[in-house]
Design a protein around this ligand. Structure first.
Ligand code: AHR
Length: 495
Protein backbone atom coordinates (compact mmCIF):
# COMPACT_ATOMS: atom_id res chain seq x y z
CA UNK A 1 0.00 0.00 0.00
CA UNK A 2 1.24 3.52 -0.78
CA UNK A 3 2.07 5.75 2.18
CA UNK A 4 -0.58 7.88 3.87
CA UNK A 5 0.02 11.33 5.32
CA UNK A 6 -2.19 12.51 8.16
CA UNK A 7 -1.73 16.26 8.44
CA UNK A 8 -2.96 18.54 11.21
CA UNK A 9 -2.37 22.20 12.01
CA UNK A 10 -2.76 23.28 15.62
CA UNK A 11 -4.64 26.42 14.60
CA UNK A 12 -7.21 24.56 12.50
CA UNK A 13 -9.54 23.88 15.37
CA UNK A 14 -13.02 22.37 15.17
CA UNK A 15 -14.19 22.80 18.74
CA UNK A 16 -13.44 21.66 22.25
CA UNK A 17 -14.34 17.98 22.61
CA UNK A 18 -17.36 17.84 24.89
CA UNK A 19 -16.55 15.11 27.44
CA UNK A 20 -20.22 14.14 27.33
CA UNK A 21 -19.64 12.35 24.00
CA UNK A 22 -18.17 9.62 26.18
CA UNK A 23 -21.53 8.74 27.69
CA UNK A 24 -23.18 5.39 28.32
CA UNK A 25 -26.68 4.00 28.47
CA UNK A 26 -28.34 1.84 31.08
CA UNK A 27 -31.80 0.54 30.22
CA UNK A 28 -34.17 -1.69 32.15
CA UNK A 29 -33.74 -4.31 29.48
CA UNK A 30 -32.53 -7.88 29.76
CA UNK A 31 -29.68 -8.14 32.26
CA UNK A 32 -28.41 -4.56 32.03
CA UNK A 33 -29.68 -3.48 35.44
CA UNK A 34 -30.44 -6.76 37.24
CA UNK A 35 -27.43 -9.12 37.01
CA UNK A 36 -25.59 -6.19 35.42
CA UNK A 37 -24.90 -3.14 37.54
CA UNK A 38 -27.26 -4.22 40.31
CA UNK A 39 -27.16 -7.72 41.75
CA UNK A 40 -27.60 -7.82 45.52
CA UNK A 41 -27.30 -11.63 45.49
CA UNK A 42 -23.90 -11.62 43.78
CA UNK A 43 -20.70 -12.44 45.61
CA UNK A 44 -19.44 -9.16 44.09
CA UNK A 45 -22.27 -7.01 45.52
CA UNK A 46 -21.35 -3.95 47.57
CA UNK A 47 -23.45 -2.70 50.49
CA UNK A 48 -25.89 -1.07 48.05
CA UNK A 49 -26.31 -4.17 45.89
CA UNK A 50 -24.12 -2.95 43.01
CA UNK A 51 -21.69 -5.36 41.37
CA UNK A 52 -18.20 -4.18 42.22
CA UNK A 53 -16.55 -6.11 39.38
CA UNK A 54 -18.86 -4.50 36.81
CA UNK A 55 -18.35 -1.04 38.24
CA UNK A 56 -14.60 -1.52 38.34
CA UNK A 57 -14.59 -2.41 34.64
CA UNK A 58 -16.89 0.47 33.71
CA UNK A 59 -14.74 2.87 35.72
CA UNK A 60 -11.94 2.25 33.22
CA UNK A 61 -14.16 3.64 30.45
CA UNK A 62 -14.65 6.82 32.46
CA UNK A 63 -18.12 7.36 31.02
CA UNK A 64 -19.42 10.87 31.63
CA UNK A 65 -23.21 10.89 31.27
CA UNK A 66 -25.35 7.79 31.83
CA UNK A 67 -28.74 7.73 30.10
CA UNK A 68 -31.52 5.89 32.00
CA UNK A 69 -34.05 4.14 32.24
CA UNK A 70 -34.46 3.58 28.48
CA UNK A 71 -34.72 3.20 25.56
CA UNK A 72 -38.02 1.64 24.62
CA UNK A 73 -38.54 0.76 28.29
CA UNK A 74 -38.94 4.46 29.09
CA UNK A 75 -42.05 4.74 26.90
CA UNK A 76 -44.07 2.56 29.29
CA UNK A 77 -42.33 3.44 32.56
CA UNK A 78 -44.01 5.24 35.44
CA UNK A 79 -41.24 6.63 37.60
CA UNK A 80 -43.32 6.57 40.78
CA UNK A 81 -43.29 2.75 40.60
CA UNK A 82 -39.54 2.92 41.23
CA UNK A 83 -39.33 5.14 44.33
CA UNK A 84 -40.11 4.60 48.01
CA UNK A 85 -39.62 1.51 50.18
CA UNK A 86 -38.53 -1.36 47.99
CA UNK A 87 -41.00 -3.86 49.44
CA UNK A 88 -43.90 -1.55 48.56
CA UNK A 89 -42.91 -1.06 44.92
CA UNK A 90 -45.15 -2.84 42.40
CA UNK A 91 -43.99 -5.66 40.17
CA UNK A 92 -45.33 -4.87 36.71
CA UNK A 93 -45.62 -6.36 33.24
CA UNK A 94 -43.12 -4.62 31.03
CA UNK A 95 -44.36 -4.28 27.47
CA UNK A 96 -41.37 -3.03 25.48
CA UNK A 97 -39.39 -6.21 26.10
CA UNK A 98 -42.20 -8.50 27.31
CA UNK A 99 -40.45 -8.83 30.67
CA UNK A 100 -41.39 -8.49 34.31
CA UNK A 101 -40.08 -5.43 36.13
CA UNK A 102 -39.71 -5.60 39.92
CA UNK A 103 -38.84 -1.91 40.30
CA UNK A 104 -36.21 -2.86 42.88
CA UNK A 105 -33.90 -0.48 41.06
CA UNK A 106 -35.36 2.98 40.47
CA UNK A 107 -34.54 6.67 40.66
CA UNK A 108 -32.76 6.60 44.05
CA UNK A 109 -30.64 3.59 43.19
CA UNK A 110 -29.74 5.10 39.82
CA UNK A 111 -28.74 8.45 41.34
CA UNK A 112 -26.72 6.67 44.01
CA UNK A 113 -24.94 4.68 41.28
CA UNK A 114 -24.25 7.87 39.31
CA UNK A 115 -22.68 9.47 42.38
CA UNK A 116 -20.58 6.36 43.04
CA UNK A 117 -19.32 6.33 39.44
CA UNK A 118 -19.02 10.06 38.81
CA UNK A 119 -21.63 9.82 36.04
CA UNK A 120 -23.82 12.79 35.15
CA UNK A 121 -27.44 11.61 35.30
CA UNK A 122 -29.54 11.81 32.12
CA UNK A 123 -33.18 10.78 32.49
CA UNK A 124 -35.66 9.88 29.75
CA UNK A 125 -39.26 10.78 30.53
CA UNK A 126 -42.16 8.69 29.32
CA UNK A 127 -43.88 10.44 26.41
CA UNK A 128 -45.31 7.17 25.10
CA UNK A 129 -47.88 6.11 27.69
CA UNK A 130 -47.03 8.95 30.08
CA UNK A 131 -47.86 12.61 29.89
CA UNK A 132 -46.44 16.08 30.38
CA UNK A 133 -47.54 16.31 33.99
CA UNK A 134 -45.92 13.01 34.98
CA UNK A 135 -42.72 14.23 33.35
CA UNK A 136 -42.70 17.53 35.21
CA UNK A 137 -43.51 15.77 38.47
CA UNK A 138 -40.32 13.74 38.04
CA UNK A 139 -38.37 16.98 37.56
CA UNK A 140 -39.86 18.29 40.81
CA UNK A 141 -39.05 15.02 42.58
CA UNK A 142 -35.42 15.18 41.45
CA UNK A 143 -34.63 18.87 41.42
CA UNK A 144 -36.79 21.02 43.67
CA UNK A 145 -36.08 22.01 47.26
CA UNK A 146 -38.29 20.46 49.96
CA UNK A 147 -41.66 22.10 50.56
CA UNK A 148 -43.87 20.82 47.74
CA UNK A 149 -45.47 17.46 47.07
CA UNK A 150 -42.94 15.57 44.91
CA UNK A 151 -39.87 17.17 46.43
CA UNK A 152 -41.22 16.13 49.83
CA UNK A 153 -41.75 12.62 48.49
CA UNK A 154 -38.00 12.54 47.78
CA UNK A 155 -37.36 13.86 51.29
CA UNK A 156 -39.51 11.04 52.73
CA UNK A 157 -37.38 8.62 50.71
CA UNK A 158 -34.31 9.84 52.53
CA UNK A 159 -32.96 12.57 50.22
CA UNK A 160 -33.42 16.07 51.54
CA UNK A 161 -31.01 17.56 49.02
CA UNK A 162 -32.16 17.68 45.38
CA UNK A 163 -30.57 15.23 42.95
CA UNK A 164 -29.94 18.10 40.51
CA UNK A 165 -30.59 16.21 37.26
CA UNK A 166 -29.90 18.67 34.45
CA UNK A 167 -30.21 16.51 31.33
CA UNK A 168 -33.63 15.13 30.31
CA UNK A 169 -34.75 13.35 27.15
CA UNK A 170 -38.26 14.11 25.91
CA UNK A 171 -39.20 10.48 25.30
CA UNK A 172 -37.47 7.80 23.27
CA UNK A 173 -37.64 6.92 19.57
CA UNK A 174 -41.15 8.29 19.26
CA UNK A 175 -40.81 8.21 15.44
CA UNK A 176 -40.59 4.42 15.47
CA UNK A 177 -43.91 2.66 14.74
CA UNK A 178 -42.92 -0.06 17.23
CA UNK A 179 -42.53 2.41 20.11
CA UNK A 180 -45.19 2.31 22.84
CA UNK A 181 -47.39 5.35 22.25
CA UNK A 182 -45.87 6.14 18.84
CA UNK A 183 -47.60 9.07 17.11
CA UNK A 184 -46.91 11.11 13.96
CA UNK A 185 -44.38 13.93 14.22
CA UNK A 186 -46.96 16.69 14.70
CA UNK A 187 -48.54 14.93 17.66
CA UNK A 188 -45.22 14.08 19.27
CA UNK A 189 -44.15 17.68 18.82
CA UNK A 190 -47.21 18.86 20.77
CA UNK A 191 -46.60 16.32 23.55
CA UNK A 192 -42.94 17.22 23.75
CA UNK A 193 -43.59 20.97 23.72
CA UNK A 194 -46.13 20.67 26.53
CA UNK A 195 -43.79 18.52 28.62
CA UNK A 196 -40.81 20.79 27.88
CA UNK A 197 -42.66 23.90 28.99
CA UNK A 198 -43.79 22.33 32.25
CA UNK A 199 -40.38 20.80 32.92
CA UNK A 200 -38.61 24.12 32.37
CA UNK A 201 -41.29 25.92 34.42
CA UNK A 202 -40.49 23.51 37.25
CA UNK A 203 -36.73 23.95 36.95
CA UNK A 204 -35.45 26.47 34.42
CA UNK A 205 -31.96 24.97 34.49
CA UNK A 206 -32.90 21.65 32.86
CA UNK A 207 -31.51 20.89 29.40
CA UNK A 208 -33.82 19.02 27.05
CA UNK A 209 -33.20 16.50 24.28
CA UNK A 210 -35.98 16.21 21.70
CA UNK A 211 -36.54 12.82 20.06
CA UNK A 212 -35.03 12.91 16.60
CA UNK A 213 -35.04 10.22 13.94
CA UNK A 214 -34.07 6.86 15.34
CA UNK A 215 -33.08 5.38 11.97
CA UNK A 216 -31.95 6.78 8.64
CA UNK A 217 -34.10 4.11 6.95
CA UNK A 218 -37.46 5.35 8.24
CA UNK A 219 -39.66 7.21 5.75
CA UNK A 220 -40.02 10.10 8.15
CA UNK A 221 -36.21 10.62 8.41
CA UNK A 222 -35.39 14.36 8.50
CA UNK A 223 -39.01 15.44 7.96
CA UNK A 224 -39.74 14.25 11.51
CA UNK A 225 -36.78 16.23 12.81
CA UNK A 226 -37.74 19.39 10.95
CA UNK A 227 -41.31 19.31 12.22
CA UNK A 228 -40.34 18.56 15.82
CA UNK A 229 -37.63 21.24 15.92
CA UNK A 230 -39.90 23.84 14.37
CA UNK A 231 -42.65 23.19 16.89
CA UNK A 232 -40.39 22.91 19.93
CA UNK A 233 -38.48 26.06 19.06
CA UNK A 234 -36.19 27.23 21.82
CA UNK A 235 -37.28 24.39 24.11
CA UNK A 236 -35.04 21.97 22.20
CA UNK A 237 -31.50 22.26 23.50
CA UNK A 238 -30.53 19.09 21.66
CA UNK A 239 -32.04 16.65 19.20
CA UNK A 240 -31.28 12.94 19.40
CA UNK A 241 -29.81 10.64 16.75
CA UNK A 242 -29.62 6.87 17.03
CA UNK A 243 -27.57 4.45 14.94
CA UNK A 244 -26.93 0.73 15.12
CA UNK A 245 -24.74 -0.78 12.42
CA UNK A 246 -23.66 -4.29 11.48
CA UNK A 247 -22.10 -6.59 8.93
CA UNK A 248 -24.97 -8.92 7.94
CA UNK A 249 -23.52 -9.54 4.45
CA UNK A 250 -20.10 -10.39 5.83
CA UNK A 251 -18.38 -7.69 3.78
CA UNK A 252 -15.73 -6.41 6.18
CA UNK A 253 -14.36 -3.72 3.85
CA UNK A 254 -17.78 -2.17 3.35
CA UNK A 255 -18.61 -2.53 7.05
CA UNK A 256 -15.48 -0.60 8.02
CA UNK A 257 -16.43 2.12 5.55
CA UNK A 258 -19.67 2.79 7.47
CA UNK A 259 -17.92 5.68 9.23
CA UNK A 260 -18.59 7.83 6.18
CA UNK A 261 -22.30 7.15 6.53
CA UNK A 262 -22.15 8.12 10.22
CA UNK A 263 -20.39 11.37 9.20
CA UNK A 264 -23.20 11.96 6.73
CA UNK A 265 -25.95 11.25 9.27
CA UNK A 266 -24.44 13.82 11.64
CA UNK A 267 -24.10 16.39 8.87
CA UNK A 268 -27.69 15.85 7.69
CA UNK A 269 -29.09 16.26 11.19
CA UNK A 270 -26.97 19.34 11.78
CA UNK A 271 -28.21 20.76 8.47
CA UNK A 272 -31.79 20.35 9.72
CA UNK A 273 -30.95 22.12 12.97
CA UNK A 274 -29.40 25.02 11.04
CA UNK A 275 -32.30 25.11 8.59
CA UNK A 276 -34.85 25.38 11.39
CA UNK A 277 -32.77 27.94 13.23
CA UNK A 278 -32.59 30.06 10.09
CA UNK A 279 -36.27 29.64 9.33
CA UNK A 280 -37.21 30.68 12.85
CA UNK A 281 -34.69 33.55 12.72
CA UNK A 282 -33.63 32.39 16.13
CA UNK A 283 -30.38 32.97 17.97
CA UNK A 284 -30.71 29.50 19.39
CA UNK A 285 -29.50 26.40 17.63
CA UNK A 286 -30.21 22.82 18.71
CA UNK A 287 -27.09 20.65 19.00
CA UNK A 288 -26.80 16.92 18.47
CA UNK A 289 -27.19 14.28 21.13
CA UNK A 290 -26.21 10.89 19.66
CA UNK A 291 -27.84 9.13 22.58
CA UNK A 292 -27.78 5.57 21.22
CA UNK A 293 -25.02 4.21 19.04
CA UNK A 294 -23.24 0.89 18.65
CA UNK A 295 -22.83 -2.24 16.59
CA UNK A 296 -25.89 -4.47 16.86
CA UNK A 297 -26.97 -7.02 14.30
CA UNK A 298 -26.15 -10.56 15.44
CA UNK A 299 -28.51 -11.13 18.33
CA UNK A 300 -32.20 -10.32 17.96
CA UNK A 301 -33.54 -11.90 21.14
CA UNK A 302 -36.04 -9.21 22.12
CA UNK A 303 -38.76 -11.24 23.83
CA UNK A 304 -38.32 -11.45 27.59
CA UNK A 305 -41.05 -14.15 27.81
CA UNK A 306 -42.43 -12.73 31.04
CA UNK A 307 -39.16 -13.14 32.97
CA UNK A 308 -37.22 -10.83 35.28
CA UNK A 309 -33.80 -10.08 33.77
CA UNK A 310 -34.03 -12.34 30.70
CA UNK A 311 -31.04 -12.75 28.40
CA UNK A 312 -31.76 -10.17 25.68
CA UNK A 313 -29.48 -9.03 22.82
CA UNK A 314 -26.27 -10.16 24.49
CA UNK A 315 -24.22 -9.46 21.40
CA UNK A 316 -20.72 -10.94 21.19
CA UNK A 317 -18.23 -8.50 19.68
CA UNK A 318 -15.18 -9.17 17.53
CA UNK A 319 -12.27 -7.17 16.14
CA UNK A 320 -14.12 -5.67 13.17
CA UNK A 321 -16.90 -4.50 15.50
CA UNK A 322 -14.29 -2.80 17.68
CA UNK A 323 -12.87 -1.01 14.63
CA UNK A 324 -16.37 0.22 13.75
CA UNK A 325 -16.82 1.47 17.32
CA UNK A 326 -13.55 3.39 16.84
CA UNK A 327 -15.10 4.74 13.62
CA UNK A 328 -18.08 6.19 15.52
CA UNK A 329 -15.71 7.95 17.92
CA UNK A 330 -13.54 9.30 15.07
CA UNK A 331 -16.71 10.73 13.60
CA UNK A 332 -17.90 12.35 16.85
CA UNK A 333 -14.50 14.00 17.29
CA UNK A 334 -14.45 15.23 13.70
CA UNK A 335 -17.87 16.79 14.43
CA UNK A 336 -17.03 18.14 17.87
CA UNK A 337 -18.64 21.45 16.93
CA UNK A 338 -22.09 19.87 16.66
CA UNK A 339 -22.12 16.55 18.56
CA UNK A 340 -22.22 17.52 22.22
CA UNK A 341 -23.49 14.32 23.85
CA UNK A 342 -23.26 10.66 22.80
CA UNK A 343 -24.15 7.47 24.62
CA UNK A 344 -22.70 4.08 23.81
CA UNK A 345 -25.71 1.73 23.89
CA UNK A 346 -25.40 0.05 26.23
CA UNK A 347 -23.09 -0.36 29.27
CA UNK A 348 -23.43 -3.93 30.49
CA UNK A 349 -24.79 -7.26 29.18
CA UNK A 350 -27.20 -5.74 26.62
CA UNK A 351 -25.16 -4.94 23.45
CA UNK A 352 -22.37 -4.00 25.81
CA UNK A 353 -18.62 -3.72 26.25
CA UNK A 354 -18.89 -5.73 29.49
CA UNK A 355 -20.79 -8.95 30.00
CA UNK A 356 -21.39 -11.08 33.10
CA UNK A 357 -21.94 -14.81 33.54
CA UNK A 358 -22.69 -15.83 37.11
CA UNK A 359 -19.79 -14.39 39.11
CA UNK A 360 -17.58 -13.95 36.03
CA UNK A 361 -17.10 -10.89 33.90
CA UNK A 362 -15.83 -10.56 30.33
CA UNK A 363 -14.43 -7.47 28.66
CA UNK A 364 -15.44 -7.45 25.01
CA UNK A 365 -13.46 -6.09 22.05
CA UNK A 366 -15.50 -2.87 21.77
CA UNK A 367 -14.46 -1.91 25.30
CA UNK A 368 -10.94 -1.07 24.16
CA UNK A 369 -11.40 1.61 21.49
CA UNK A 370 -13.73 3.43 23.87
CA UNK A 371 -11.13 3.22 26.64
CA UNK A 372 -8.27 4.23 24.33
CA UNK A 373 -10.15 7.33 23.15
CA UNK A 374 -11.59 8.16 26.56
CA UNK A 375 -8.13 8.33 28.18
CA UNK A 376 -7.12 10.92 25.57
CA UNK A 377 -10.35 12.89 25.22
CA UNK A 378 -9.44 16.21 26.75
CA UNK A 379 -8.73 19.11 24.41
CA UNK A 380 -9.82 20.56 21.10
CA UNK A 381 -10.60 18.53 18.01
CA UNK A 382 -8.43 19.43 15.03
CA UNK A 383 -9.31 19.37 11.36
CA UNK A 384 -7.15 16.88 9.58
CA UNK A 385 -6.30 15.94 6.08
CA UNK A 386 -5.77 12.32 5.12
CA UNK A 387 -3.75 11.93 1.95
CA UNK A 388 -3.35 8.33 0.88
CA UNK A 389 -4.85 5.31 -0.82
CA UNK A 390 -8.56 4.58 -0.72
CA UNK A 391 -11.03 1.85 -1.64
CA UNK A 392 -14.68 1.57 -2.63
CA UNK A 393 -17.15 0.15 -0.11
CA UNK A 394 -20.12 -1.44 -1.89
CA UNK A 395 -22.76 0.49 0.04
CA UNK A 396 -20.72 3.06 1.91
CA UNK A 397 -18.72 4.48 -0.98
CA UNK A 398 -15.06 5.47 -1.33
CA UNK A 399 -13.05 5.86 1.87
CA UNK A 400 -9.37 6.10 2.77
CA UNK A 401 -7.84 2.96 4.15
CA UNK A 402 -6.77 5.14 7.06
CA UNK A 403 -9.54 6.64 9.19
CA UNK A 404 -8.30 9.30 11.60
CA UNK A 405 -9.09 11.95 14.19
CA UNK A 406 -6.99 14.21 16.38
CA UNK A 407 -7.28 16.21 19.61
CA UNK A 408 -4.95 18.99 20.73
CA UNK A 409 -4.48 19.31 24.48
CA UNK A 410 -2.05 22.22 24.91
CA UNK A 411 1.36 20.73 24.13
CA UNK A 412 -0.06 17.24 23.70
CA UNK A 413 -1.39 15.94 20.43
CA UNK A 414 -3.62 12.85 20.56
CA UNK A 415 -3.86 11.04 17.25
CA UNK A 416 -6.23 8.14 16.54
CA UNK A 417 -5.66 5.94 13.48
CA UNK A 418 -7.59 2.98 12.07
CA UNK A 419 -6.07 0.86 9.33
CA UNK A 420 -9.07 -0.58 7.45
CA UNK A 421 -6.98 -2.71 5.11
CA UNK A 422 -7.77 -6.40 5.55
CA UNK A 423 -4.31 -7.62 4.59
CA UNK A 424 -1.80 -4.81 4.24
CA UNK A 425 0.31 -2.92 6.71
CA UNK A 426 0.01 0.84 6.29
CA UNK A 427 2.87 3.31 6.46
CA UNK A 428 1.43 6.47 7.95
CA UNK A 429 3.28 9.72 8.50
CA UNK A 430 1.70 12.04 11.07
CA UNK A 431 2.55 15.68 10.35
CA UNK A 432 1.77 18.70 12.47
CA UNK A 433 2.08 21.45 9.89
CA UNK A 434 2.95 24.34 12.20
CA UNK A 435 4.80 22.49 14.97
CA UNK A 436 7.16 19.58 15.39
CA UNK A 437 6.32 16.29 17.00
CA UNK A 438 8.98 15.97 19.68
CA UNK A 439 8.27 12.73 21.48
CA UNK A 440 5.65 10.13 22.20
CA UNK A 441 4.10 9.90 25.66
CA UNK A 442 2.01 6.81 25.06
CA UNK A 443 0.95 4.62 22.17
CA UNK A 444 -1.26 1.56 22.11
CA UNK A 445 -2.70 -0.55 19.36
CA UNK A 446 -5.67 -2.90 19.12
CA UNK A 447 -5.55 -5.75 16.66
CA UNK A 448 -6.05 -9.53 16.43
CA UNK A 449 -5.26 -12.38 14.07
CA UNK A 450 -8.49 -11.91 12.07
CA UNK A 451 -11.57 -9.72 11.74
CA UNK A 452 -13.82 -12.21 13.51
CA UNK A 453 -11.54 -12.77 16.52
CA UNK A 454 -13.45 -12.27 19.77
CA UNK A 455 -12.83 -12.58 23.49
CA UNK A 456 -14.62 -15.37 25.31
CA UNK A 457 -14.99 -16.33 28.97
CA UNK A 458 -12.55 -19.17 28.21
CA UNK A 459 -10.00 -16.93 26.47
CA UNK A 460 -10.48 -13.32 27.40
CA UNK A 461 -7.35 -11.86 25.83
CA UNK A 462 -7.76 -12.58 22.12
CA UNK A 463 -8.57 -8.94 21.35
CA UNK A 464 -6.84 -6.48 23.61
CA UNK A 465 -4.53 -3.50 23.13
CA UNK A 466 -0.77 -3.74 23.24
CA UNK A 467 1.90 -1.14 23.48
CA UNK A 468 2.51 0.21 19.99
CA UNK A 469 6.17 0.28 19.08
CA UNK A 470 6.47 0.29 15.30
CA UNK A 471 6.98 4.00 14.84
CA UNK A 472 9.84 6.49 14.79
CA UNK A 473 9.89 10.24 15.27
CA UNK A 474 12.17 11.97 12.78
CA UNK A 475 12.42 15.62 11.73
CA UNK A 476 9.32 16.52 13.74
CA UNK A 477 7.14 13.86 12.12
CA UNK A 478 5.94 10.47 13.33
CA UNK A 479 6.35 7.56 10.92
CA UNK A 480 4.10 4.67 11.90
CA UNK A 481 3.65 1.17 10.58
CA UNK A 482 0.08 0.08 11.29
CA UNK A 483 -0.86 -3.60 11.06
CA UNK A 484 -3.88 -4.52 8.89
CA UNK A 485 -7.22 -4.27 10.71
CA UNK A 486 -5.91 -2.26 13.63
CA UNK A 487 -6.73 0.77 15.73
CA UNK A 488 -3.92 2.85 17.22
CA UNK A 489 -4.08 5.69 19.74
CA UNK A 490 -0.99 7.85 20.32
CA UNK A 491 -0.19 10.83 22.50
CA UNK A 492 2.65 13.02 21.25
CA UNK A 493 4.42 15.99 22.77
CA UNK A 494 4.74 18.84 20.30
CA UNK A 495 7.15 21.80 20.30
O1 AHR B 1 -30.68 -0.22 22.95
C1 AHR B 1 -31.70 -1.10 22.67
C2 AHR B 1 -32.93 -0.43 22.09
O2 AHR B 1 -32.63 0.06 20.82
C3 AHR B 1 -33.46 0.78 22.81
O3 AHR B 1 -34.31 0.46 23.85
C4 AHR B 1 -34.21 1.51 21.73
O4 AHR B 1 -34.28 2.88 21.99
C5 AHR B 1 -33.44 1.17 20.50
O5 AHR B 1 -34.26 0.80 19.45
Amino acid sequence: MKNTEVIVHTKFRISRVDPRIFGGFLEHMGRAVYEGVYDPGSLHADSEGCRKDVLEALRRLDMTVMRYPGGNFASGYHWQDGVGPRDKRPTVRELAWQSVETNHFGTEEYICLCRKMGWTPMLTVNLGTGNAEEARNWVEYCNCPLGTRYADMRGMNGHKEPHAVRLWCLGNEMDSPSQLGHVPAGQYAIRAQQAAKMMKDTDSSVELVACGSCAITLKSYMEWDREVLEHLGDFADYISLHRYVGNPDNDTADYLAVTSSIDRQIEEMDATCRFVQAKRRSGKRAYLCFDEWNVWYKNHELDGKGKVAPHLIEEIYNLEDALVVAGFLHSFIRHADVVKIANLAQAVNVIAPVITRGGDLLIQSIFYPFEMFSKRRSGTALRLSVDGPSYEGITNGRVHFIDASAILDESRLHVFLTNRSMDEEAEVCVVSADTAIASCESAEMLSAPDAKAANTFEDSSVVKPETFETFVIRDGRAYCLLPPLSFTAMTFRID
